[in-house]
Design a protein around this ligand. Structure first.
Ligand code: GSH
Length: 245
């Protein structure tokens, strides 16, 4: 697929029409988040929405239900959530980071999750990428392997993923020695990314004894009202989290 198709905006692929834009309350009520309460990447978007009390309609996607799955694939054929649909702007916005950037641009609230300073914004994006690529995705690889049929498992891949998680945790532990939030005093996009990644990494490779700074950071994140709410709402679904056999 040509890169230009992804980069052009407005793009038919993304459904970024930008037409029919209204203002005020009408804009605020136009957001629907297609998500699942147990999904770690959905948590990232939910935290951002809750941080700014952004009004939206949650739409639970049940990938095990053929109708729900087909409707979601019609919206975003890649089939990964979260996906934000903005009826006012006629935009379909996939990818948790991009959703947070979209919200910061079109539905800003009292917390600037994307720093306004360009250098700080780039540093935040680097850290967001770091948490997604080097902690969150290896964590997903380990849990995903638990769902594979016995003859389709990938022990070498799991071993590599765990190694990457440990390296990322070492770096996070050093980075968080003196800071309240990942970017310092302000809660940002990076903390939205860090919350689910650290939460689930701790379930796979408990790090309280080995990484004290990462552990204190995770406990600050859990106390943050936005993430505490996400965890409360996920609680009824926690039994679905795949355990190691
Ligand atoms: N890069 C994507 C990753 C999204 C993702 O991996 N979502 C998972 C749930 S946490 C998903 O949709 N899994 C369902 C599937 O792969 O079938 C993002 O940041 O939003």
């Amino acid at each position: 697929m040509r890169e230009a198709m992804f980069l052009s905006s407005p793009s038919p692929l993304m459904g970024e029409g930008g037409e029919g834009v209204n203002d005020g309350a009408e804009l605020q009520m136009s957001l629907t988040l297609h998500y699942h309460p147990l999904s770690s990447f959905c948590w990232k978007a939910l935290i951002a929405l809750y941080e700014n009390d952004t009004p939206f309609t949650p739409h639970l996607v049940d990938l095990g239900n053929p109708e729900s799955r087909a409707a979601f694939l019609a919206l975003w054929p890649i089939g990964k959530f979260p996906v934000l649909r903005d009826e006012a702007r006629k935009s379909t916005v996939p990818e948790s980071t991009i959703i947070i950037e979209y919200l910061a641009q079109h539905y800003p609230g009292r917390i600037a999750l994307v720093p306004s300073d360009a250098d700080k914004a780039r540093q935040a994006r680097l850290q967001d990428r770091f948490y997604d690529l080097y902690l969150h995705m290896p964590m997903q690889q380990v849990t995903g392997d638990r769902l594979r049929p016995a003859d389709k498992k990938d022990p070498y891949g799991v071993e590599q993923a765990k190694k990457r998680i440990r390296t990322a945790l070492d770096m996070i532990d050093a980075d968080m020695a003196q800071k309240e939030w990942a970017m310092g005093e302000a809660f940002t996009l990076v903390d939205c990314a860090a919350s689910p990644a650290l939460f689930y990494a701790d379930k796979i490779l408990p790090f309280a004894a080995s990484h004290p700074n990462a552990t204190s950071y995770l406990s600050r994140l859990k106390q943050r009202p936005s993430f505490a709410r996400v965890l409360r709402e996920a609680e009824p679904y926690f039994h679905l989290f795949p355990q190691e056999k």
